[in-house]
Design a protein around this ligand. Structure first.
Ligand SMILES: Nc1ncnc2c1ncn2[C@@H]1O[C@H](COP(=O)(O)OP(=O)(O)O)[C@@H](O)[C@H]1O
Ligand SMILES: [Mg+2]
Length: 360
């Protein structure tokens, strides 16, 4: 599963048009796609014909409760394309989640509980660099940055790139960011010169595909259809098919080490004050316990509970500051924590996982 967000804090540069039509083009090349609308304006949902006023559940529910099965939220558009819709109820979420720990990880967590059902998850970002866009960047493997070639506007692009780098540093994951020239007027010198400027600045990071200007883009959206449905083989339809092909042909190889670091963040032990939260992903097992110095290595005092939705096993343990060796006991078998790189040898000569509480 590859996650791609379409982002640029500037409004009107073609994010939603790109998210919707790239999603549709990928399905025509045989891929299954989930399109997540992360904009309170709900333009991607509207662009595929969903009435955003009538929704029982939206992406907001996934962010409030990331273990919620996406199956309870998505709306099918076709046999290969599902949509997690959004509406104005998303606008107040940032304030509501203020002070909540790990609130930038919400979307990532929601997508983890998805499993590997889709080939691609596309995220349509709102026109801002706030909490929602950070959630998208934290969750994403690739970022598409549409830039309108009809207005000379690289304004804000540097800040967006800095934000992407900041997220890369904090998560230890690389985001493949590429710029997409949109609203291209092929017959004007202006558009061509601007495209040339983008090519000089971004080199390989600029898509070869450009999206031409055409009224069919707006018209199809107003009819709640992808361009390829409303105007099959029109110029813009062909452009988005070319974009989908370019993306499939340049699919990056997932860097295993970064994935590991990421898993540590999601599943390793996390310390909050004087409490350790142990989290482990162990599908298909019956019982998981944790044993360590904090419970005299007695697994029956460390029963972990499985979240019925995400399948993640967890338990909270209160301790005083110090260093704690531990192991998981999975169906009776003692193992080190696969999501924790820190180890120490215990008194009995076995290597154990270690978690530090406080700054001792
Ligand atoms: N290639 C294009 N040609 C003509 N109009 C376009 C094109 N792409 C987008 N538009 C129109 O420009 C407006 C802004 O596009 P949109 O995708 O909604 O941008 P964003 O999501 O970045 O705000 C919309 O009315 C859309 O229909
Ligand atoms: Mg939009």
């Amino acid at each position: 599963m590859t996650t791609v967000c379409v982002t640029n804090q500037k409004g009107g540069c073609g994010k939603t048009t790109t998210a919707v039509n790239l999603a549709w083009s990928l399905t025509r090349l045989g891929k299954t796609v989930l399109l997540a609308d992360l904009d309170p304006q709900g333009h991607a949902s509207l662009g595929l014909g969903f009435d955003t006023d009538l929704l029982d559940r939206t992406i907001r529910d996934c962010l409030v409760r990331p273990s919620l099965p996406v199956g309870e939220v998505f709306l099918p558009f076709s046999d290969k394309l599902d949509v997690v819709p959004a509406n104005i109820s998303l606008a107040s979420l940032e304030q509501e989640l203020a002070g909540e720990p790990e609130r930038e990880l919400r979307l990532r967590q929601a997508l983890v509980s998805l499993g590997r059902v889709y080939d691609y998850v596309l995220i349509d970002c709102p026109p801002s660099l706030g909490f929602l866009t950070i959630n998208a960047l934290v969750a994403t493997d690739e970022a598409i940055i549409p830039v309108e070639t009809s207005s000379f506007s690289v304004h804000g692009l540097e800040r967006l790139l800095e934000t992407i780098e900041m997220v890369e540093r904090n998560t230890g994951r690389r985001i493949q960011a590429r710029v997409l020239a949109t609203d291209f007027h092929g017959n004007t010198r202006y558009s061509r010169e601007f495209h040339e400027t983008l090519a000089q600045r971004f080199g390989e990071q600029l898509f070869e595909t450009v999206i031409h200007h055409s009224v069919v883009a707006k018209d199809a959206a107003a009819r709640g259809l992808p361009v390829g449905r409303a105007y099959h083989h029109s110029k813009v339809d062909n452009d988005y098919m070319a974009l989908a092909t370019e993306i499939l042909e340049s699919a990056p190889v997932v860097e295993v080490e970064n994935l590991r670091e990421w898993e540590e963040k999601l599943f390793g032990p996390s310390v909050r004050g004087e409490e350790i939260v142990f989290r482990l992903q162990a599908p298909g097992v019956r019982r998981v316990q944790v044993a360590g110095r904090f419970n005299d290595w007695n697994p029956s005092l460390g029963e972990m509970r499985q979240d019925p939705i995400s399948g993640v096993w967890s338990v909270r343990v209160r301790v005083s500051p110090g260093s704690y060796q531990y192991r998981y006991v999975i169906d009776g078998e003692w193992i080190e924590d696969p999501a924790n790189e820190r180890h120490e040898f215990g008194e009995t000569g076995f290597r154990n996982s270690v978690v530090l509480v406080g700054d001792k």
